[in-house]
Design a protein around this ligand. Structure first.
Ligand SMILES: NC(=O)c1ccc[n+]([C@@H]2O[C@H](COP(=O)([O-])OP(=O)(O)OC[C@H]3O[C@@H](n4cnc5c(N)ncnc54)[C@H](OP(=O)(O)O)[C@@H]3O)[C@@H](O)[C@H]2O)c1
Length: 211
């Protein structure tokens, strides 16, 4: 069965953005993107770059790991504010929201109801193409972009974490999981890691068996 993977950039103190909810890597943002970090993403996770970045960097390769992306409305709105209605036209794109009633883009599917039910439905799908993240003949995995609130709602459904850990602390901000998420400790097994010269680390954890 395909997995739900929370692939997310985090500070050392567990924040994914500053308290104001803006894009921390955007213009004027506090989050530096070192060259080796970007090169690793291009090599290993090219589909996770938004379309304007793919165009600017001439990234045209096939998706390696994901064919579907799901994000919370507040994260989606960061693109909307820049007039980007679909930052991931190369992926099936879903946005979870209780407030948007009409999708700003025909290729973007709104999820108005329970995101857990939707993710279970997506996990159960069997169509698609084989890829690094999918079983032969099956679909690739589902990328949970975030933000923290949606990740909190989907906490129990996450099969794998890929934490892009930056050598940075924020002191405060939006955490990996919403502070409103239930207290439910889980164990994770480190299955892959890459530490870059810039000090960033890509850490992959699978949910421990029985966790
Ligand atoms: N570091 C990274 O890699 C990374 C990645 C993604 C995002 N971010 C950052 O994360 C921040 C946004 O995160 P956030 O936690 O504020 O918001 P978010 O999770 O992106 O979006 C929250 C919204 O999603 C909808 N939602 C969430 N859970 C729901 C549920 N159970 N049922 C129905 N709808 C639900 C609601 O939309 P409605 O209000 O429309 O109902 C809610 O207001 C931004 O600053 C962004 O830059 C960072």
């Amino acid at each position: 069965m395909r997995k739900l993977v929370y692939y997310i950039a985090s500070t050392l103190d567990g924040f994914i953005a500053g308290p104001d909810g803006s894009d921390p890597t955007g213009p004027g943002g506090f989050w530096p993107i070192p060259e080796d970090y970007l090169a690793h993403i291009i090599a290993e996770y090219p589909e996770t770059l938004p379309a304007p970045a793919r165009a600017a960097l001439s990234v045209t390769g096939e998706s390696k790991r994901f064919d579907t992306v799901i994000e919370g409305r507040r994260t989606y709105e960061i693109g909307l504010k820049a007039d980007i209605t679909d930052a991931y036209p190369h992926l099936r794109h879903l946005v979870v929201t209780r407030t948007l009633s009409e999708s700003p883009d025909p290729a973007v599917e709104l999820v108005p109801g329970d995101p857990v039910a939707k993710v279970r439905e997506l996990k159960g799908e069997t169509g698609g193409t084989a890829g690094d993240g999918g079983a032969a003949g099956g679909p690739k995995d589902i990328w949970l972009i975030g933000g923290g609130e949606l990740a909190g709602a989907l906490y129990g459904e996450i099969d794998e974490l890929i934490i892009k850990l930056s050598p940075l602390t924020a002191g405060n901000g939006i955490p990996l999981f919403s502070p409103g998420a239930a207290f439910d400790p889980r164990r994770w097994e480190l299955t892959d890691h890459t530490v870059l010269k810039s000090g960033a680390a890509f850490l992959t954890y699978a949910r421990a068996t029985g966790a």
